[in-house]
Design a protein around this ligand. Sequence first.
Ligand code: NAD
Ligand code: WQD
Length: 332
Amino acid sequence: MKKILLTGGLGYIGSHVAVELIDKGFEVIILDDLSNSELFVLDRIKEITGKDIIFEKGDIRDYDFLYHLLSRYNIEGVIHFAAKKAVGESVQKPLLYYDINVSGLICLLKALGDHSIKKLIFSSSCTVYGSPDSFPVTEQTPFGDTPSPYGKTKQMCEQILEDASLIADYDIVSLRYFNPVGAHPTGKIGELPKGVPNNLVPFITQTAAGLRDELSIFGSDYNTPDGTAIRDYIHVVDLARAHVRALEANLGKYVALNVGTGKGHSVLEVVKTFQEVTGVNLPFKIVDRREGDIPEIFGDTNFANHKIGWKAEKGLAEMLKDAWRWQKSLLK
Ligand code: NAD
Ligand code: WQD
């Protein structure tokens, strides 16, 4: 049985990937410092899968900890989720973001090199494309201007990985996530935003649950059919399955893949679909655009389909239904 280390594996995406990997017969070891996750998630993963998971609490910037962890287990591959991800916070705390996201990756790469571990999957983001002007974006679309330190850390990390792959016998895949939403269909794991959510779907579900008064839609004067901004929302379980496929594939050196659905949805479409599938009324108002937001992005996913045989299967209605089930479970 292949042992896979998930850094940041108790977080939103890592926890869903842990479930999919265990379902496919992998043995999962989770490393997390619990800075943005809760220990109960470990029990939930065990409940869903019926399997035991090794958990190691620690920081990816701690080389000695990483070195000893990798020495203890015969790890064949690593999926690196551990990072800070709040765009706004990264403007306030750029050094923290560069330290955890960039220095953390370098520390991990050194420890992997010292154990001859070749296989690495990296959590990248469509934010590397900045504000593109033609759609869908392909992996050949160049990196764009991304105003936040967060976005820049993802560009830097991809560059570091590509350069590292040139001098060693690595097999590295960067997965460029579009907008992951939804939750596991069991309602046992999902996103756990701290404080007021920045992202659209958790804000919607918290408003529907009565925890927020109303949703503010940021801008209705974009050059899109209904004037609101367009994104490529992807179900977190589909996204998780792309990691399993990327681990199983043998692509060699370095490759970056778009992981989205290939379809764009406007903010108003998301709101309407949520109301339709849940039957819950969602109070909202239109306000000014949010600073730094781009009008539109959605990805071409043919390359991922070709390279790892993966395609998203779940649509917006399922994403929102599952997100709502998860939100309701948090109220109990
Ligand atoms: P998350 O915050 O839920 O998960 C990250 C996990 O890493 C958390 O459990 C946190 O406790 C842990 N962590 C943070 N710093 C650490 C450190 N120094 N050492 C050890 N553990 C640490 O975030 P997520 O949404 O699951 O995102 C996972 C990855 O995917 C991140 O790299 C993020 O940048 C990337 N990503 C996320 C999205 C998104 O919208 N959620 C989109 C694109 C890319
Ligand atoms: C989606 C749409 C908002 C909240 C961010 C990061 C990106 C990636 C994914 C990590 C936008 C609108 C939102 C609200 C709204 N993360 N919105 N009211 O901004 O596309 O991407 O998460 O890599 O890097 O930037 O996602 O969910 O915040 O917003 O109208 O209360 O919803 O303006 O058009 P975004 P989001």
